[in-house]
Design a protein around this ligand. Structure first.
Ligand code: SF4
Ligand code: URA
Length: 261
């Protein structure tokens, strides 16, 4: 059975449970993107380094458009990944998107095509989006880092050479994601997997506990905090299809949030 069929079947089998109120909205607790330890959950925290408002934006030229930000990213050498990439992978989707999905960083295929989530995990993400009536064109998809992290940069054609970004790489690249979020101004951010969730929420709690829990994220330059929903990374679903059930719950939850006026 294909991943799409499996997901749709899961959707059908879970519909009854979900409609019975199986989905819980956890109390929103605002969080920050700053590298500091998490502040108390009752207070939105800023995305800026050291929690200084505007601090992050000092390190990128404040952009008026996604296009100009994309140009900055294509020329960026702020971390060593800039010297190793084939293509920077800025993001894809609608500049008016209500929901933004954030992964960890480009892999082999993404580096070659310059587009996020185009490998196997990306196909599964497309299926997941389709299952809740969304698409790559109507949402926005980006990553925490824009260049391909490799275990062995000396062997860029090797497969299985992907690795998660380091904290330093994520910190260097975060201003771009922050500007992307500010320019797109989505209602909701969905973080895909542990790396993106930790990068944005600055929490050490693992994804299996955080997934499905709504949080709030304060982004400098934005009037109101955004709602943020962590879920599993599609690559995790490929390794462990048993996680699809939870992702389906999260996606129903997301759809409910998006249909609110
Ligand atoms: Fe610049 Fe980000 Fe690429 Fe590093 S990963 S070079 S910070 S765009
Ligand atoms: N995994 C990610 O986190 N991002 C991509 O763009 C592709 C795979």
């Amino acid at each position: 059975m294909s991943d799409a069929q499996e997901l749709l079947e899961l959707a059908r089998s879970l519909r009854a449970r979900i409609e019975d109120g199986d989905i819980r909205l956890a109390p929103a607790s605002p969080v920050s993107l700053s590298p500091k330890p998490p502040t108390p959950p009752s207070e939105p925290v800023s995305l800026s380094p050291k929690g200084e408002r505007g601090g992050v934006r000092e390190s990128v030229v404040a952009s008026t458009t996604l296009e100009s930000l994309k140009e900055q990213v294509s020329a960026c050498k702020k971390c060593p990944l800039g010297g190793q990439r084939l293509n920077a992978v800025f993001g894809v989707g609608s500049a008016q998107a209500e929901v933004m999905f954030v992964g960890e960083g480009p892999g082999y295929q993404e580096d070659r095509q310059g587009e996020p989530f185009v490998g196997r995990a990306g196909q599964l993400l497309d299926d997941i989006l389709r299952a809740i009536g969304l698409s790559r064109e109507t949402v926005y998809i980006a990553n925490v880092v824009k260049c391909h992290p490799m275990k062995d940069p000396g062997d860029p054609d090797a497969r299985g050479n992907d690795r998660p970004p380091t904290p330093k790489e994520m910190e260097a690249c975060m201003p771009y994601l922050q500007e992307q979020i500010r320019l797109i101004a989505p209602r909701v951010i969905v973080t895909l997997g542990n790396v993106a969730t930790k990068a944005l929420l600055r929490e050490e709690t693992g994804i299996s506990r955080l997934r499905g829990q709504w949080r709030e994220l304060a982004v400098p330059g934005m009037a109101a905090p955004l709602r943020l929903l962590p879920t599993y990374h599609p690559a995790a679903l490929l390794r462990d299809p048993g996680l699809k059930r939870d992702v389906w719950t999260d996606m129903k939850n997301l759809r409910t949030e998006l249909t609110k006026t």
